[in-house]
Design a protein. Structure first.
Ligand code: SF4
Length: 471
């Protein structure tokens, strides 16, 4: 039976696609590309599985819990909708019989791709739900990675965005299967990255979060090739990237925050940019451990660097620098002495924000074959001991902020912040760090708006958070 619209010759309703994005910020940027392309082609997105013509699940395959969550979500989508395309890291994982793990567990999925596969995903969508023809929408330019900020869909709030500068990784850490899933390092051309950053700032982004598997290695794969941007030569290298991003951010009154930076000597070069306020004095350095023998067993990059000395030099060059890191407790063969060494490092290094995982074997990782696997209870116990020290260090460092005046980017401000709100200072990355709880402004004329900056006087610290009075 035809609807009144179709009998009058109007376009049929646009096909709808349900979308679930799991995993890390790098997976999120893949999701944004696919959603942008879907929109550019005239598909609509559906909030429910049942109401969609098909469902795309962007999966994570990093640790066993993430694999389980991804497989469960695929199962739910199959049960409620029946037509499911799978993409992302888990899609690249091989099963036992030669195909993919996803197809082994869920043979009814329509298609499976690995990460960073917008075109393959779109090809699969076209096969199962033909592309709508709309003469207006067909004029919308293709969603190109370099212009994503202009025409693209972002899954983050309007005022901050993750920007992926490279894909893959040249390291082979023994606990990690990412290189197997995402391949070796491939750096995006610097001109594309800078065009995208400019477009993001122009669209209102006030905080750009630079992500990759190994941000300090940017450009290594292309031997720091000289690219072009704005008609000028620019090297594909971390320092030049930070310098140019810093200039762009300054022109738009915005922040640039770096994630996943390994402590190589050349990272020292960007400290002056931080000290000068061009990029945030914040470094997310995934140390994972401190003891040289454990780092060797982990095959960690930059494990030979003198990390305590490096941190001291960074703090000398930029006293306000905030260091975030993640660690693994209970790695195979970790002795009590090695673990104690890690706790001492944490104390001495004064890591502002530290997260810790109890070691958990990941299917396919080389560390599974290492001798000296520790019982789960011991791994958990060490994690708890680690976190107790980490929290004490972090709390003491937060106390030192009381009385300071800080710039805060407002994330929440109901009723224009008349009763207060919540935001973050340069020391807080979204979702992984603390926040600044903003009190109601004393001046009746002062309002708070999401996505804008306010200055706040820090009046207290509570847990991982600070409390600030907008001024
Ligand atoms: S640096 Fe190590 S942990 Fe990070 S993605 Fe590469 S192999 Fe994995």
């Amino acid at each position: 039976m035809s609807s009144p619209e179709s009998s009058s010759g109007a376009a049929a309703p646009a096909p709808t696609v349900g979308f679930v994005s799991l995993g890390c910020p790098k997976a999120l940027t893949d999701s944004e590309l696919i959603l942008t392309q879907l929109r550019a082609e005239g598909y609509q997105t559906s909030k429910t599985f049942a109401g969609a013509d098909l469902v795309i699940v962007n999966t994570c395959g990093f640790i066993d819990d993430a694999v389980k969550e991804s497989l469960d979500t695929i199962g739910e989508a199959l049960a409620e909708n029946g037509r499911v395309i799978v993409t992302g890291c888990l899609g690249a994982k091989a099963g036992h019989a030669g195909g993919t793990l996803v197809q082994e567990v869920h043979p009814k999925v329509l298609a499976v791709t690995g990460p960073q596969a917008t075109q393959e995903v779109m090809d699969a969508v076209h096969r199962h739900v033909p592309k709508p023809h709309d003469p207006f929408i067909d004029l919308v330019p293709e969603a190109r990675a370099e212009f994503r900020g202009l025409a693209g869909i972002k899954l983050t709030p309007k005022h901050y965005a993750y920007q992926k500068i490279s894909e893959g990784c040249n390291h082979r850490c023994t606990f990690c299967i990412i290189p197997g899933m995402r391949g070796d390092l491939v750096s995006r051309p610097i001109g594309d990255v800078l065009n995208e950053a400019r477009a993001l700032f122009e669209s209102g982004v006030k905080e750009l979060l630079v992500v990759s598997q190994d941000t300090s290695a940017y450009g290594v794969d292309v031997r720091y090739r000289t690219g072009f941007w704005d008609g000028k030569p620019v090297k594909t290298r971390l320092f030049e990237l930070c310098e140019a991003l810093g200039n762009l951010a300054e022109a738009h009154g915005a922040w640039v925050r770096l994630h996943y930076v390994y402590p190589y000597p050349h990272v020292d070069e960007i400290l002056p940019l931080m000290a000068a306020g061009r990029i945030l004095p914040y470094l997310d350095v995934p140390f994972q451990h401190a003891h040289p023998d454990v780092l060797r067993r982990m095959k960690r990059p930059a494990s030979g660097e003198r990390n305590l000395e490096r941190l001291a030099a960074w703090r000398a060059a930029c006293p306000e620098i905030v260091v975030r890191s993640t660690f693994i407790a209970g790695f195979p063969g970790e002795t009590e002495e090695e673990f104690q060494y890690l706790l001492d490092f944490l104390h001495e290094a004064q890591i502002d924000r530290a997260g810790c995982f109890a070691y958990s074997p990941v299917e396919g990782a080389a560390a599974n074959a290492l001798p000296g696997q520790l019982p789960q209870a011991l791994r958990e116990e060490r994690r708890a001991r680690f976190m107790a020290v980490a929290e004490a260090v972090s709390a003491a460092r937060l106390q030192r902020r009381i009385g300071a005046s800080m710039q805060v980017l407002v994330d929440q401000a109901p009723a224009l912040g008349r009763k207060g709100g919540r935001g973050r200072s340069y020391a807080d990355a979204p979702e992984i760090d603390g926040t600044v709880r903003l009190l109601a402004p004393e001046k009746a004329s002062k309002t708070l708006k999401v996505g804008e900056f306010t200055r706040a006087r820090i009046v207290a610290a509570e847990g991982h958070d600070l409390v600030g009075l907008p001024i």
